[in-house]
Design a binder for this molecule. Structure first.
Ligand code: SF4
Length: 685
């Protein structure tokens, strides 16, 4: 018998709806869901083959316990007792917990409650720390909420789309489709990037700039808009504050098209044209992703974008907005669920005494929950784990592979090796699992019910299509069972994810009008949804921002040189990004035959003039060295990249993070790009 089960693609934050085709207990194919407003019956290659890893023979099937240098299979009871016993030997300050942007809202909520209620710690975080921390911080300061302002379908209603720091057509292809839709209706598409990407091919105006010069470009465009009287004076007067300080800054000589052209490599004419198109558009929207937020100056970049959209009155209406494209399928949800060291669900600060009491009353733990002070973020957890005293001694990692994904592999590797007790729950045996004391087999997206929240704040349903392999279980169930063994049956009474979702709606304010049944409908619901008859909110800030006075806040931001600059030893600037065929470290996509047939090896792109300088040819193996580390991979010599820049996809275990470091210019921020590197043929040429 053949069955079709509707659920959500496990990859990017677009959150496309798919049907998994189930035959005799196995998933044999994927088709797009035509009823979804997100993808309207279309899928990208990753989504088309999103079933191919599910029945991989490499799936983790039973719990594993380390015995010396080897892992031994065991049963759940044995491993639960070991975890419960070990966790009670460490104090709250000695334990760190990492949640996952790939797990469901219910998995993340239960883990968050376990950390704060059972372990009494706010040392809780997930990968949003690295991808969009700048968005959360920057947009919260400007608008009051650190999220995408408009919906995905709304992008297609723009008459001018300005995209920077995002290779949308490869990373969020079904959002790229909305750009094409806007262009078909007469809209213009401006794209800024150091590479001539597949997204650049679609652009009406391409600004090929040096990585790290975003703020200079944005300030220049704003200066030109003001000089030509194209700012939205009514919007500025009635909806914002601090405008004069912005105006003074962007009108400085250093931001004239002449000066910025020298700094960024973009022609003066193109800068002026971009300003004219944006300033004269009725409905302009900005799209950006990690090209903007993945670096130590990320908050400034985000605030500069918010400035531009407020300056032109492009907030709170259809076809406008600041649209941060989130990476993972549930990174928005993991943030919403409070898997952060400083926020409870719904972005209530842990320092908010009233909310702290409310959540303690709701949860009814016999003892106090974690104190009303922020815990350690992921960077600090790893730093503390690597110290010799006063340190993090035990960690629980759910669906995270930090050894490959986090900046500065050296710090993470040292920290993980230094832990006394490491629990990793995952669907495959990752690099990080190699250092674990306990490895737990988790159910994947197709083996559990629940909800996920996509980049546009749309809460949608995951549906179980098949059984998990052998002993594997959903993470919410694993955590619930450990909590019950530790004596917290009353606090963790969950039989099904719908029980958890019901509780989420009582403590996560933006979800309070939702029910499991309502989000099960094909459209899902965009938060905030405040009551049972509220259809949700596709466009934020229609009449006021989330600040107490309702105003948006301009913030003058000076351009600063990137933390790393080229010199004679490291003459090239390396930037990174995604490709359409694979997803991050490739744990899932590299087990998909159709995707690995397209690409199965990491590479580096070099401009022909640079290749000539370092005596390498297309296809050569090259050594890439940064101030932090080195790696080798194959070269692709292409003219799509700007001269002096190098591109490497952040894929696979090649571990780009061997070359990176944590930012030295601001605590908590990561320095993913640009990194300065040298190149030479393997063997010295
Ligand atoms: Fe999946 Fe993203 Fe592709 Fe949609 S665009 S099918 S969510 S990877």
């Amino acid at each position: 018998m053949i069955n079709q089960v509707p659920t959500i693609c496990p990859y990017c934050g677009t959150g496309c709806s798919v049907h998994l085709i189930v035959q005799d207990g196995k998933i044999t194919g994927t088709t797009p869901n035509i009823r979804s407003p997100v993808n309207e019956g279309k899928l990208c290659p990753k989504g088309t083959y999103c079933h191919q890893f599910i029945h991989s023979p490499d799936r983790l099937k039973k719990p594993l316990i380390r015995k010396g240098d080897v892992f031994v299979e065991t049963d759940w009871e044995t491993v639960y007792h070991l975890i419960a016993q070990k966790l009670t030997t460490y104090s709250a300050d000695e334990i760190g917990v990492l949640a996952s942007a790939r797990c469901s809202n219910e998995d993340n909520y239960v883990l968050m409650k376990f950390a704060r209620g059972v372990l009494k710690t706010n040392n809780l975080d997930h990968c949003a720390r690295f991808c969009h921390e700048a968005t959360m911080t920057g947009l919260t300061l400007s608008f009051g909420r650190g999220v995408m302002t408009n919906s995905i379908p709304d992008i297609g209603r723009s008459d001018c789309i300005f995209c920077l720091g995002s290779n949308t057509f490869e990373q969020h292809p079904l959002i790229g489709r909305q750009i094409v839709r806007a262009q078909a209706a007469g809209g213009r598409f401006i794209y800024a990037d150091p590479r001539y990407t597949p997204t650049a091919i679609q652009a009406d105006l391409f600004l090929q700039f040096y990585s790290g010069s975003d703020v200079a470009v944005l300030n220049c465009i704003m200066g030109e808009i003001i000089r030509n009287g194209l700012e939205d004076k009514d919007f500025i007067r009635s909806r914002t504050r601090e405008y004069e300080s912005l105006k003074k800054l962007v009108l400085q000589n250093r931001y004239t098209p002449q000066e910025v052209s020298i700094l960024t490599g973009v022609s003066k004419t193109d800068l002026i044209r971009a300003a004219e198109w944006i300033g004269s558009a009725d409905r302009c929207t900005v799209l950006y992703a990690m090209g903007l937020s993945h670096l130590s100056g990320g908050v400034h970049n985000v605030r500069a974008i918010a400035n531009l959209m407020m300056l032109t009155g492009n907030i709170g209406r259809p076809g406008t907005g600041v649209n941060a494209l989130r990476g993972q399928n549930n990174v928005q949800g993991a943030c919403d669920m409070g898997c952060l060291p400083d926020f409870f669900p719904g972005y209530k600060p842990v320092t908010d005494g009233n909310f702290h009491q409310k959540i303690a009353r709701t949860w009814k733990f016999p003892e106090n929950i974690a104190p009303a002070r922020p815990g350690l973020d992921m960077n600090r957890m790893f730093q503390k784990a690597g110290e010799s005293s006063n340190r993090i001694k035990a960690m629980i990692l759910v669906g995270e592979n930090p050894l490959v994904t986090e900046p500065d592999r050296h710090i993470v590797e040292h920290a993980i090796k230094n832990l006394k007790f490491l629990v990793v729950s995952d669907i495959f045996f990752t690099k990080t699992c190699e250092y674990a004391h306990v490895v737990l087999p988790a159910a994947c997206y197709a083996e559990k019910d629940g909800t996920v929240t996509n980049t546009e704040r749309r809460v949608q349903r995951l549906r179980k299509a098949v059984e998990a392999p052998v002993l594997a279980k959903p993470d919410w169930q694993i955590i619930t069972e450990i909590a019950c063994l530790m004596g917290y049956e009353k606090q963790f009474p969950y039989q099904h994810p719908s029980d958890i979702f019901r509780e989420i709606t009582t403590v996560c304010e933006p979800y309070q009008g939702m029910t499991f049944e309502r989000v099960s409908l094909p459209d899902g619901i965009c938060w905030p949804c405040v009551s049972a008859d509220d259809p949700g909110t596709a466009i934020l800030y229609s009449d006021r921002f989330y600040h107490p006075d309702g105003k948006g806040v301009f913030c003058p931001v000076e351009w600063k040189a990137p933390a790393e600059l080229p010199d004679s030893r490291y003459p090239f600037r390396l930037t990174s990004g995604r490709v359409i065929w694979h997803w991050h470290t490739g744990t899932m996509t590299r087990r998909s035959k159709n995707l690995t047939d397209e690409l199965n090896e990491v590479y580096i792109e070099v401009h022909p003039s640079d290749a000539e300088k370092v005596r390498i040819s297309d296809g050569d193996m090259i050594q890439v060295r940064s101030r932090k580390g080195e790696l080798s991979c194959r070269a692709r010599v292409v003219s799509d990249i700007k001269e002096g820049m190098i591109f490497m996809p952040s894929l696979f275990d090649a571990a780009l993070n061997r070359l990176m470091g944590l930012s030295e210019s601001g605590p908590g921020f990561s320095e993913y790009k640009p990194i300065c590197v040298s190149l030479e043929p393997v063997g010295g040429g």
